[in-house]
Design a protein around this ligand. Structure first.
Ligand code: LMR
Length: 398
């Protein structure tokens, strides 16, 4: 059966973890995967999560099957976080939410559903985008193309080029948008530019699919929902995949959600019925633990306040690492100005390091980054900052 099976390439992001784990150097640093580490280099277990877990363990609840789309309490907590508790689209029954296996799982069930509804669509992702966007929409059976996004000259988003492209696309095209903390570039659109994107989606009849994996990592929970809220106010139908991997530090629990905004309550019921078929034939229904913890934290005022403070702490530490890296590099006597790193948002910096420079960082220093030059600032800490700055300085000096 397997004689002709070829070796598949390593995943460009998670594959780095495998190589990193196999590296025996004690000074190694993993700036590859988008995971938040604390100043001691550990993935934190948040205090709010710990409290909710303790309560749950004591209650010793049974482990029956969940509803196919996940529990109402979880799905409603997700909606409130994305759209605001007083949102008109929630009140009008225009939002359908299903718990999903992380943000990736949400994108995939969304992709599978769209394939059933608009089988001939092409999916457009930003250039560049998270590596897995292309792979998973191709796996769902779509041709995947790109729209222009990043301008290396300004190190920012080129909204004009992006919107010009959107305005040429055929109706029914799926547009994958990074709602905040663009991965990999860290370059986000302004509110005014988002309004233009919404307008283009409306006038062309596009299918917006917002990927919201980093809510709370740019400016805060509400401000980071600016794009989602503009779409919600537009009257359009759209998709949102969201994730608690980062914001709750629950990566391996695979806690995310797919939310679909429809035109009417009746449409919602029909869309949910189809989404349930997609889920049932994939993994049947979602696991309990992570979602139960998230909904307990979000619906218990003291735990929610604790979580918001912990999320702000992660956000602030990443910002401090951005400034720290820029300062350290400035003192290393190199020609290149890295001050743009301070302006980028979220966990990542698109450093402009070439694939060859990234390779040298790995070979000579045991520092792992994505081949595109993306580094995860949330893996920097006060102990490895000098070492990383030395390595970057060494490879850019040539
Ligand atoms: C990343 O981009 O590193 C994260 O979103 C983790 C992943 O699944 O790739």
């Amino acid at each position: 059966i397997f004689a002709a099976v070829e070796m598949a390439p390593r995943d460009p992001i998670l594959g780095l973890n495998e190589a990193f784990n196999a590296d025996s150097r004690s000074t190694k640093v993993n700036l590859g995967v988008g995971v938040y580490f604390d100043d001691n280099g550990k993935i934190p277990l948040l205090g709010a999560v710990r409290s909710a877990e303790k309560t749950r363990l004591e209650a010793a609840p049974p482990r029956g099957y969940q509803p196919i789309e996940g529990p109402v309490a979880y799905n409603s907590a997700v909606q409130n976080l994305l759209f605001g508790a007083d949102s008109a689209i929630i009140r009008d029954g225009r939002v359908v939410t299903a718990q999903a296996l992380g943000g990736t799982g949400a994108l995939r069930i969304g992709g599978d559903l769209i394939k059933r509804i608009v089988p001939g669509a092409t999916v457009y992702i930003s250039d560049p985008s998270w590596e897995n966007h292309r792979a998973l929409f191709e796996a769902a059976g779509f041709p995947v193309d790109t729209y222009p996004y990043y301008d290396p000259a300004t190190r920012g988003a080129n909204a004009e080029a992006m919107i010009a492209k959107l305005n040429t696309l055929p109706a029914g095209s799926v547009i994958v948008l990074h709602a905040c903390c663009h991965n990999p570039t860290g370059a986000d659109l302004t509110e005014a530019q988002w309004a233009e994107v919404v307008k283009a989606c409306a006038s062309r009849g596009l299918i917006p699919f917002l990927d919201m994996a980093y809510q709370g990592f740019a400016d805060g929970i509400e401000p980071d929902a600016v794009a989602v809220n503009l779409f919600a106010a537009s009257g359009l139908s759209f998709f949102v995949s969201s994730s608690f991997s980062k914001s709750f530090s629950l990566y391996g629990e695979r806690v995310g959600a797919l939310s679909i905004v429809t035109q009417t309550k009746d449409e919602s019921a029909r869309v949910l019925s189809q989404l349930k078929r997609v889920i049932r034939t994939n993994y049947s229904n979602p696991p309990i633990h992570g979602g139960a913890i998230v909904s307990a934290v979000l619906s218990t005022p003291t735990l929610r306040a604790e979580w918001e403070a912990e999320l702000a702490g992660m956000r602030d530490r990443i910002r401090a690492m951005r400034t720290g890296l820029v300062d350290k590099l400035a003192s290393r006597n190199i020609d290149q100005d890295f001050s743009f790193v301070i302006k980028q948002r979220g966990m990542f910096s698109y450093t402009g390091l070439t694939a060859a420079q990234v390779e040298r960082m790995k070979d000579e220093f045991g520092i792992y980054a994505v081949g595109t030059g993306r580094i995860c600032l949330a893996a920097l800490n006060t102990k490895n900052l000098d070492y990383v700055a030395d390595a970057i300085a060494a490879v850019v000096k040539g």
